[in-house]
Design a protein around this ligand. Structure first.
Ligand code: AMP
Length: 516
C-alpha cells in the first residue's frame, strides 16, 4: 500500500492528523500544516504558470522556507526536487544543475548570489524567488515569479517516478547523482516509522541540509507524523543543548561525529536533555562511548544506530542500542523490512563476513550517469543487488556489525567523501603536481590531509588552497596541505599511501589505529 504512495502523500498524512499544528519552525516564524500546505501548493502552481511544465526543480536554498516548502512544492508540482546547497562553490552547483538537467529553480536569499551562474548552466523555464520580489536578477529572459496563490495542481507522478536526486562525492572526480524514486522513500518510511511512536506532540530537530540524505529522515518522519520540524542553524547545530531545551525537542537525529565533538568539549551534562525521547544516529560508525555519553545527557531517549548509503534511500539497517561494556562500535543491526542482503567475499556469496550487498524496494535504479554504475551492482539469484562497499560481519543471532571500507570513501563529520575526488581537485588546482589525500584521525573524528607532490609544490600551496575553496564544498577541503618533493614508494614503485598516512599522523601527533 505504502509502496504506491508518493513522497508528498506522507506530508498529507501529517496534515490530516494535525492541520492546525506547527509543521515548520524557523527562527521566530512558524507554519501550521495548513499554511505549509497552502504555501507549497501556491508555489507548485507558480512553477506551472503560463503553461510551463518543468520536470526537475533545483532548490537553491538552505535551512529556509524556500528549501523545505520549496522541496514540497516541487513534489506537489509533479516534479523531481534537486537540492542545491548555496554554501557549496558555485561551480559545483553549476555542474550539478547541468548534470541534473534542471528546468526550474526555487531560490532563497542565500542562493541569490549563485542564481545567474546556475541558471546559465541549465536555463530554467521558471525561477521562483518568493522573497526576492524586488531583486533585479536573474539574467534577462528568465522570469522571477512571485507565488501564484490561486492554483492547485494534482501530482502527475507515480511511485516509479523520481522524487529527488541527491549528489554524492564521486570517485571519478565529479559528484554523482543518485536518483531516488517516490517508491524508494515510501518503502523506507513504511519500514522505519513502525519502529517509533512519533506523533503530533513531537518536535524534530532539523540539523542537516537537504543535500545530505539524513535530512530526509528528519523532514519526512516529522511531517508524516504531524509533528513539528524545527530548524537549527549551523551554530545552533554545533552545540545544540540549549536549543534542544528551549524548543523541547523530542526527536534528535545526527551523525555520531557531532556527539563525539560535544563529548570532546564536555558540552553536555548528565540529564541535560530531558525532553529527548528518540535519538537516531546515522551516517558513520557509532562508537559505544558516544552512545553512552548521549544516553547520560538524555536518559529518557531510545537510541537507534541506522546505517545506509544514499543509494539505498536514507538507511537500510537499524539497531536498537543497549548499553554494552567496552569501547567498540555499535552494531548496525538488521535490514529494514522488505530488504534482502548477501555478503560477498572473494566473489562468493554466503560467507559471514564480506561486502554488504542489498536489494529491495529501497534500492535506487542506478546513477544519473550510467557510467558510474560500473562494478556497483551484483547479479545474483536472478536479482540485482547494490554493492555498498562496506565490509560487515554477521553475528550468530543475525545482527550485522560494520567493519569498515576497503576503498577510498571516507566520512568527514558524517559527510561522504571520495578521496580520489579531492585528489582530482588538488591536481586541477596545481597542474603538473601529483596529489595524495588521506583521512587521518583528528581531535573530533577524521580530517583530510593532502600531500601535493612535485618539485615546485611548496610554492604553490597557498594558491592551491585558495583555488580549492572555489571548487569543493567546505567539508571536502583538506584541513592540512603539505608539499612533498619526493614521495615514498612501495615495492611496486607506486606512491606509498600507507607510509604517507603514517607521516600525516606523525605530523599531527596522532596514533593510527592498528587496523587502518
Ligand atoms: P551516505 O551515502 O552519505 O549516507 O554514506 C553512506 C556510507 O556511510 C555507508 O556506505 C557507510 O560507509 C557509512 N555509514 C552510514 N551509516 C553508518 C553506520 N551506522 N555505521 C557505519 N558506517 C555507516
Amino acid at each position: 500500500m505504502s509502496g504506491a504512495k508518493l513522497l508528498h502523500h506522507w506530508f498529507l498524512d501529517g496534515l490530516a492528523r494535525n492541520p492546525r499544528g506547527t509543521a515548520l519552525r524557523i527562527n521566530d516564524r512558524s507554519w501550521t500544516y495548513a499554511e505549509a500546505d497552502r504555501t507549497a501548493r501556491s508555489w507548485a502552481a507558480a512553477l506551472h504558470s503560463g503553461g510551463r511544465a518543468p520536470r526537475r526543480v533545483g532548490v537553491l536554498a538552505a535551512k529556509s522556507e524556500e528549501s523545505l516548502l520549496g522541496f514540497l512544492a516541487a513534489l506537489y508540482a509533479g516534479c523531481t526536487a534537486v537540492p542545491l546547497n548555496p554554501e557549496y562553490p558555485v561551480g559545483r552547483n553549476r555542474d550539478i544543475a547541468a548534470a541534473a538537467g534542471l528546468d526550474a529553480l526555487i531560490v532563497d536569499p542565500s542562493g541569490a548570489a549563485q542564481l545567474d551562474e546556475v541558471a546559465a548552466a541549465a536555463p530554467p523555464l521558471v525561477t521562483l524567488a518568493p522573497r526576492l520580489g524586488e531583486w533585479s536578477g536573474p539574467r534577462p529572459g528568465t522570469p522571477v515569479l512571485m507565488p501564484d496563490p490561486a492554483g492547485d495542481r494534482p501530482p502527475a507522478q507515480g511511485p516509479d517516478s523520481l522524487a529527488y536526486i541527491l549528489f554524492t562525492s564521486g570517485s571519478t572526480g565529479r559528484p554523482k547523482g543518485v536518483p531516488i524514486r517516490h517508491g524508494n522513500v515510501s518503502a523506507f518510511l513504511a519500514a522505519s516509522l513502525p519502529r517509533y511512536d512519533f506523533g503530533p506532540d513531537d518536535v524534530f530537530g532539523q540539523v542537516y541540509e537537504l543535500t545530505f540524505d539524513l535530512s530526509m529522515f528528519e523532514v519526512w518522519c516529522a511531517w508524516s507524523s504531524g509533528a513539528c520540524l524545527t530548524v537549527l542553524n549551523r551554530l545552533q547545530a554545533l552545540n545544540p543543548g540549549r536549543y534542544i531545551r528551549a524548543h523541547g525537542i523530542t526527536v534528535w537525529t545526527s551523525t555520531p561525529s557531532l556527539v563525539a565533538a560535544l563529548r570532546t568539549r564536555g558540552l553536555l551534562g548528565g540529564n541535560s536533555l530531558p525532553s529527548v525521547r528518540h535519538t537516531v544516529f546515522c551516517g558513520e560508525p557509532l562508537p559505544e562511548e558516544s552512545a553512552a555519553y548521549w544516553s547520560a545527557a538524555a536518559p529518557g531517549t531510545s537510541i537507534d544506530n541506522l546505517y545506509g548509503p544514499t543509494e539505498l534511500t536514507i538507511a537500510c539497517t537499524a539497531y536498537h542500542w543497549v548499553p554494552s561494556p567496552g569501547s567498540g562500535t555499535v552494531p548496525i543491526g538488521e535490514p529494514n523490512t522488505g530488504l534482502r542482503y548477501v555478503l560477498l567475499d572473494d566473489g562468493q556469496v554466503g560467507a559471514d563476513t564480506g561486502e554488504l550487498c542489498v536489494t529491495g524496494p529501497q534500492m535506487f535504479d542506478g546513477y544519473l550517469d550510467p557510467a558510474n554504475d560500473t562494478d556497483r551492482f551484483l547479479t545474483h539469484d536472478g536479482q540485482r543487488w547494490y554493492r555498498t562497499g562496506d565490509r560487515v560481519r554477521r553475528t550468530p543471532d543475525g545482527t550485522l556489525v560494520h567493519l569498515g571500507r576497503d576503498d577510498g570513501q571516507v566520512k568527514i563529520h558524517g559527510y561522504r567523501v571520495e578521496l580520489s575526488e579531492v585528489e582530482e581537485a588538488v591536481r586541477a588546482c596545481a597542474p603538473g603536481t601529483e596529489a595524495v589525500v588521506l583521512a587521518v584521525p583528528g581531535a573530533a573524528g577524521p580530517v583530510l590531509a593532502a600531500f601535493v607532490i612535485g618539485d615546485d609544490a611548496a610554492g604553490r600551496l597557498t594558491g592551491t588552497a585558495q583555488d580549492l575553496a572555489h571548487r569543493l564544498p567546505p567539508y571536502m577541503l583538506p584541513a592540512h596541505l603539505w608539499a612533498l618533493a619526493d614521495p615514498p614508494l612501495n615495492p611496486n614503485g607506486k606512491t606509498d599511501r600507507l607510509r604517507l598516512r603514517e607521516e600525516a599522523a606523525r605530523r599531527l601527533g596522532r596514533n593510527l589505529a592498528p587496523a587502518s
